[in-house]
Design a protein around this ligand. Sequence first.
Ligand code: PRX
Length: 687
Amino acid sequence: MSNSDSFSVTLKENRRFEVPPAFAAQANVKAEERARLVEIGRKDPEGYWASVARELKWRKPFTRVLEWNAPFAKWFVDGRLNASENCLDRHLEKDGDKTAILWEGEPGGESVRWTYKELHARVVAQTAALRKLGLKKGDTVAIYMPLVPEGVVAMLACARGGFPHTVVFGGFSAESLKDRMHDAGAKAVLTADYGWRKGVKVALRDQVVKALTGGNPGATGGTSTVKHVLTLKRESVGGAGRAPAEALLGKIGTADEYDWYAVANTVEPSKRAVLGAAEEVEAEHPLYILYTSGTTGKPKGIVHSTGGYLAGVTRTTRDVFDLKPSDLYWCTADIGWVTGHSYVVYGPLSLGASVFLYEGAPTTPGADRFWDMIERHKITVLYTAPTAIRAFMKLGTEWPKKHDLSSLRLLGSVGEPINPEAWMWYRDVIGDGKCPIVDTYWQTETGAIVISPLPGAVATKPGSATLPLPGYDVDVLDKEGKSVPLGQGGRLVIRKPWPSMARTVHGDPERFKKTYFSEFKDGIYFTGDGARRDEDGYVWILGRVDDVLNVSGHRLGTMEIESSLVAHPKVAEAAVVGRPDELKGQAVVAFVSLKAEFAKALKESGGQDQAAAKALKDELRAHVAKEIGSFARPEDVRFADGLPKTRSGKIMRRLLRELATSGEVKGDTTTLEDLNVIAALKAGDEE
Ligand code: PRX
């Protein structure tokens, strides 16, 4: 059954699970407290958020809460702080010997455990190294690493020095890495020779080399801003390192390459504390830029602040995951995505939690890898994506059943709508019916969770993210901007600014305005998602209403894939749409019309489903994987004589979506589809 099918089933069923009394009794936020916070958030949102922000450690406390020059917000503007100091230094006195990070590599038997003191020392050493190389507050640093503890060190070391980081997910291609480094103006890149995934070494440094030296120089204007590359040897993960003399490894293009651990050792121990000291930055100082797909071909560099962002993620981590000092918390996201930023690194560490990290694939070496780790380490909170849950369901209950999962007390879901079957399976098989499930709705742009149950206070319904958290003014509007009645679908918006909201699109404030604030007036933020509220006011996310796909919980812009396809020498035009997929949520389907000579050759070779066409389809799929990353590879490519267009020349996407979903055009084995014939039948439909 597809996602959307099961979704409508639940809307009918509307099952409801009350908060388990034993959980409610120990919850960080109980029902009365939630009611109080919601009320304060409604009456005095600025007062509410100010009280949230005061829980951080400020070097200079703020006196001004919000400057709102819509759509540009400044929160806590005259305050000064440092994010890494909040994540590390402030815990040292009480919790210095507490586990900060427990990590397992994919190959068996490899693990690292760092206390807060140890993590702090490593971050200080790395900040000192970066400063010694000449980096200064405001310089941007790219991070392209596997999920190893040094990845967390990289992020915090940047935060410590006041260097905004831009983490690029290790699955992105050299091309994508290059574009992002270039757009961000990165001065340095932190990488590793390789990481493990599904028993295979994934080479990362090779991609950095390609990004800095190879490929099409036009894409970077022939120049690179990157002056330094720090390479971690995968074999020295968790290690102390090499002699300073081995620090400089050579050149990559015009950049100097250094060994990760050796370069830190070039700083004399007596100078480390000073050179690695936390930079006091303004609340609005950019903590990071994270690229995300939108409706144009070019990914947007979403800019997050330091103070507002940290306030938002710290509070939501505490309340949504109900974290306690004794918890071992595991969010399975990679640090390359926003979930990794907010709920692997900044939220939990700012709260002083013990964080579990795992490098590799969920089914390596066996289908019970996750459950085995939960049992061995007694993990208490698990936060993962519906795609993973659906994949586990398919593998069968025997895998989790082999393990004692009784340490788990809370389960979370993120990234895409969770279908009720998966929700129920998660609850019954993984949570043994006793763990509350928090289905958390949010986005790269929101920085922190916006809609989610507070697990000790809000009853849950499988498939609904339930209610907005305190402090957020969430609404569902029609096209004219009027709130729609309960039960009716509309556009999901946030009416008032909130501290962890994106500040701008890097280098393109106009795009920020246009993308999020032009659909409605008065500074109302439009999420791009459709939603409806049921009779209890519970929010049901209906998915994107724009040309953005969600594949396995990863956001992909259709335009981005189209731009990559038309860059292929044989392609004249391309249109990409999503088709519901049982496992991934959505799958990418590309409709392609070839340049005349190639179209002719293909017709002569027998058409769509013959060997020559299949080879070309694979070539195009591989091309997209190379240009963007393998997770963007189209599931299906269909050749067409021409793409169906409206009279005004707009591609009829709705028609293509229908075709991709129904498979109606698949029967044709002799010619390339003339989609214009179908289009003619439906002419005017999408005008
Ligand atoms: O469509 C929504 C979906 O993921 C989009 C945000 O993607 P991204 O910025 O990559 O962030 C993913 C991690 C927060 C949203 O616009 N989405 C995210 N969480 C949920 C969701 N859809 C339904 N339910 C969710 N819990």
